[in-house]
Design a protein around this ligand. Structure first.
Ligand code: PRP
Ligand code: URA
Length: 215
């Protein structure tokens, strides 16, 4: 059964290098060190797309040759908000792109039987409501963890939320977009479906365990 969602709110980051790297990540024989490196690299590619609409302003600059006017990023600041644990793997890649970003954390684990999310920790920058929040988590499965994190951020007054995941199930996309009318989603892949254990198929297994070597 196909799952419907509004594709105009989803950016598929499917550059050939992204697809190549994602295939290595999917391989069950890829070890934690390489997996971690690839999570970071794909986060960088996604960050590039998720910041594409950032406004610019004129910036005078003197080159070794002459004076000219360049551009610099204007406007609101950024918070990177990983959903713990696996989201931590995406933070460094985004910080390389946006070094001045603040990092908030939302701790969420999925009950293995009910698949319901449980929040166990949250800490945001004090001015999070003034920032563009890039919520990061490699996996969007049922969408329970992401919607809980988005609800938390909305309750703190955050207006601009962009969810960056690496692999998404159609069910999770539909849940998140249906739950929050304004969130924008970035993903490197829209996979086929969820299995009976609510794992993404074909997916890449348990991202947190593969990042941290806790398999
Ligand atoms: C994984 C993943 C997401 C969540 C996705 O985390 O990193 O947070 O599951 O599933 P959902 O869309 O059905 O909520 P997990 O709960 O396994 O915790 P971990 O990051 O500590 O491994
Ligand atoms: N969490 C993961 O890490 N992988 C899945 O496939 C689903 C939830």
């Amino acid at each position: 059964m196909s799952v419907d969602f509004d594709r105009s709110r989803v950016t598929l980051v499917d550059h050939p290098l992204v697809q190549h790297k994602l295939t290595i990540m999917r391989d069950e024989n890829t070890g934690s060190k390489q997996f971690r490196e690839l999570v970071k690299e794909l986060a960088l590619f996604e960050g590039y797309e998720a910041t594409r609409d950032f406004p610019l302003e004129d910036a005078p600059v003197t080159t070794p040759i002459c004076e000219t006017t360049g551009k610099r990023i204007a406007g609101r600041k950024v918070a990177i908000v990983p959903i713990l644990r696996a989201g931590l793997g995406m933070v460094d890649g985004l910080l390389e792109l946006i070094p001045a970003a603040r990092v908030g954390h939302v701790g969420m684990y999925r009950d293995e039987v009910t698949h319901e999310p449980h929040e166990y920790y949250a800490k945001l920058p004090s001015d999070a409501d003034q920032r563009i929040c890039l919520v990061v988590d490699p996996m969007l499965a049922t969408g329970g963890s992401a919607t809980a994190a988005i609800d938390y951020l909305r309750a703190q007054g955050v207006k601009d939320i962009r969810l960056l995941v690496l692999v998404a199930a159609p069910e999770g996309i539909a849940t998140v977009l249906g739950h929050d009318p304004d969130v924008r989603l970035y993903t490197c892949s829209i996979d086929e479906k969820l299995n009976d254990a609510a794992y993404i198929v074909p997916g890449l297994g348990d991202a947190g365990d593969r990042i941290f070597g806790t398999l």
